[in-house]
Ligand binder design. Structure first.
Ligand code: SAH
Length: 537
């Protein structure tokens, strides 16, 4: 993966032949609407384009999570206005898009990812026209725009059969009170008066001027208004009021940009069901999740689905095995056709196995006669992603007991040759039982799990600032690792609510003077989430 910011990006040599007036065929450029923030609100076509991008231009408004969708070879270029605190001029962005499209050449794809919809206050039309003018083929994939999605997520439908039949999308960037605006405030005030909705983009700094200007054109100061910051994201916040008081309410609540200002009757609507987004049980809660291998992403996904903002605090990292073990794995993988089964206990084991296979110059064809047992759906998914192989056996539950019982039940192992590439800290339980059943088993350390040296800044800073509501602990070792990593800062954990997965983890926490607020029952991830939700009721 390469990552560059605009000011560090090397100028691209155009391959155009001077004097001839023609350029070799360029890659296609596609302007993709990234949606309002929630990565799930990117369109299917947009995701498709991202996954094929050779070059990706992005800025601060697009959710950074989306960048991970680009393929590994894709060059990612930050053209945000504040990339490295340096103002990237629009002209530079336009030129860079054309230069990169020419460099990549025909058949390639340059994606310009733009917040919301590319044509709504995003200079998308200028970028498209510039490409076209320079002979670069360009297309646009529309996006879900913030002016509609952010109010919706705050419980405000921008039109409503009984209340609002028009919606006007307006830039709030221009100062209406200084005569600088091209917006017809008189016309707008009339539309709103008759039950229309106005959605202002980029207007937070001019909120008072906007309200005053509408009022001076006859709109009642009691007209409902709302402001929604970071709409559709877990950190979304909003306030409602009237033209008269909305600015004070926004100030009191400490809201700022990016935000949409909604003016009109719909801003005061209060019907059951419309608050689907903010009504989720963990909405507005900030939760730190300690990571143990694959566990955290499912925990993170579930907490986010319930509305929480989740920060991951990995306490372990995956490292290569030592040389001798790496050689053993290479040998096993080189003669993989000799094995009847490969047992994979984690997505990390799949990665190590697949990497090694490639390293010894082989691919999926070498696996034709080998069967695969995977513990956990996530492990099987990774096997499919990496090697296009479907697992032959997956136990009903992703734990070693279930695996042993069900696997042994379904497959006679006497004399069978098995390979078990696993973590250095994997216990002997699985290997012992397979051998007891007569399996000819080779175990190899495929990767090591090492403690990380430090936590992400966002986690330590927010903990220190008292901005974290919950910390979840999914094992005793992650609890002690996190406490050790925080050092003196571990006091901050005392100010958060703490959710423990089970008695062993709770004991570790209690011994550190941080008894858990809740303990999961049953002692699994679903139990952990349920305990947090129950405590928030
Ligand atoms: N093309 C974008 C808008 C770009 S202008 C779109 O279609 O949504 C940038 C402005 O969009 C911000 O100043 C803010 O007013 C609005 N905006 C973008 N994302 C937002 C979000 N998640 N919540 C609220 N407003 C947002």
């Amino acid at each position: 993966m390469t990552e560059t910011t605009a000011d560090s990006a090397k100028p691209v040599q155009s391959t155009a032949k001077p004097g001839l007036g023609i350029n070799p065929p360029a890659a296609r450029v596609v302007l993709v609407g990234a949606g309002p923030g929630d990565p799930g609100l990117l369109t299917v076509a947009g995701l498709d384009a991202l996954r094929q991008a050779d070059v990706l231009f992005y800025d601060a408004l697009a959710n950074p999570v989306l960048l991970d969708e680009a393929p590994a070879h894709c060059e990612k270029i930050n053209v945000g206005k504040r990339a490295r605190k340096h103002l990237v001029q629009q002209d530079d962005t336009n030129q860079m898009m054309v230069d990169h499209a020419r460099r990549v050449g025909m058949g390639g794809l340059v994606v310009r990812l733009k917040g919301g919809d590319p044509y709504l206050f995003g200079r998308g039309a200028e970028e498209a026209a510039f490409c076209a003018k320079h002979g670069v083929p360009v297309t646009v994939i529309p996006g879900v725009t913030a002016g509609i999605a952010a109010p919706a997520a705050a419980g405000i439908p921008v039109t409503h059969r009984k209340i609002a039949s028009t919606v006007t999308i307006i830039t709030g960037h221009e100062d209406p009170t200084k005569g600088e605006t091209s917006v017809d405030y008189l016309g707008l005030a009339r539309l709103i008066e008759r039950g229309g909705t106005a959605c202002f983009y980029m207007g937070v700094g001019r909120l008072q001027s906007i309200c005053d200007e509408l009022a001076s054109h006859g709109l009642a100061r009691s007209t409902p208004a709302a402001l929604v910051q970071w709409g559709t994201l877990p950190r979304q916040r909003h306030v409602t009021g009237t033209l008269d008081n909305i600015r004070h309410r926004v100030e009191d609540a400490g809201l700022s940009s990016p935000a949409i200002i909604v003016v009109g009757e719909v801003a005061a609507i209060n019907e059951p069901g419309l608050d689907y987004f903010t009504n989720r049980p963990l909405f507005g809660r900030r939760i730190v999740v300690t990571r143990t291998r694959q566990q955290s992403s499912s925990l993170k996904d579930e907490l986010e689905r319930l509305g929480a903002e989740v920060l991951e605090a990995p306490t372990i990292r995956i490292a290569e095995p030592d040389e001798a073990e790496a050689r053993r794995l290479a040998e096993a993988v080189s003669s993989i056709g000799n094995y009847d089964w490969v047992v994979l206990t984690s997505a990390n084991a799949v990665d190590a196995f697949a990497d090694k296979l490639a390293e010894v110059g082989r691919d999926s064809r070498a696996l034709a006669a080998v069967r695969f047992a995977c513990i956990g759906g996530a492990t099987a998914d990774r096997l499919r992603d990496r090697l296009a192989v479907d697992a032959d056996f997956i136990p009903s539950r992703a734990v070693s007991d279930a695996f042993i019982a069900e696997f042994l039940d379904a497959h006679p192992l006497a004399g069978a040759r098995l390979l078990l590439p696993a973590a250095d800290i994997a216990g002997p339980a699985i290997a012992d039982r397979l051998r007891e059943q007569g399996a000819d088993l080779d175990t190899v350390t495929a990767y090591r799990t090492l403690p990380v040296e430090s936590l992400p800044d966002a986690v330590t800073q927010r903990l220190a600032a008292g901005e974290i509501d919950w910390v979840t602990f999914t094992s005793s070792s992650t609890a002690s690792n996190l406490i050790a990593l925080l050092g003196d800062g571990a006091d901050a954990l005392g100010r958060c609510k703490r959710a423990s997965i089970g008695p062993k983890t709770s004991q570790t926490l209690a011994a550190a003077g941080l008894p858990p607020t809740v303990e999961a029952d049953p002692h699994d991830l679903a139990g952990l989430v349920a305990a947090v939700v129950a405590s928030e009721r």
